[in-house]
Design a protein around this ligand. Sequence first.
Ligand code: MG
Length: 309
Amino acid sequence: MESDFLTWLRHRLPAHATGPLGLTDDAALLELRSSDRVLVSADMLMDGVDFVVGQCDPLMIGRKALAVNLSDMAAMAAQPRAALVSLALPRQHGRPLAEAIFEGLLPLAEEYEVRLAGGDTNSWNGPLVIDITVIGEATDRGPLLRSRALPGDEILATGSFGGSILGRHFSFSPRVREALMLHRDFELHAAIDVSDGLALDLSRLAHESGCGAVLRTDQVPLSPAATQLADQNPAAGSALDHALSDGEDFELLIAATPSEVQRILASRPVSVPLARIGRLIEKQGLWQESAASEMKPLAPAGYLHQLDP
Ligand SMILES: [Mg+2]
């Protein structure tokens, strides 16, 4: 099955969409501009956790599998260059599923100029698993890290938060272009992408930078889907609760000095909405503050994979 499928895939891909060896050899040859700025990240999606085969379009599964990896490159302000795509396919209907996954991810690869450098295609008596490794390059300014935020920095967020389960977890745009543009034109200190929840990922950025964070809960942009979820089932939380902890928003949190954040907001350099949603402080921990009230602790809620001891 694998060689048939590879023949299909090679014919399906435009010549420029693979590396110089074109998926023909045992390993890929990558032509990167600089060998000292290479960034690598991997993300694995599993049937039953990140999507449910049979309940969603397999094209969207393929798209999402690449998009989540591109979001990690955006968080580092890196230009994604190549992807290695590995599939563990259920034997039954595995071939059309594999084709649909690639049909879903290839347009996104084309849009972001990511070459398909290789991967692996296996089948088994288990559910679908997609593992993608993306290789990217930092710009001359180097990668944006989580750990360089300073107390006093403000936190800028792209887009809006919450309710991604209603569809945006499949259709989101990784903020690669926005990150590259902001990193090029402004002095950014640190960044992270929100994959597991705004509160949890903000706490991670603050922790890596050795400081705490205060979230201005009245300034968090709520997505229409967060409001919709809260309206449908008030017992499951408010729109703000969804925005803080749902995850899979794949927006960016960026730390920069207040004057730099002001300069960014004044010049509106990207088409995606930007909002100032909080600040970093010396006191460790995660805190919330509304327009009128004082600081209160905020639980770093979000999605974590559970492991049995
Ligand atoms: Mg990430």
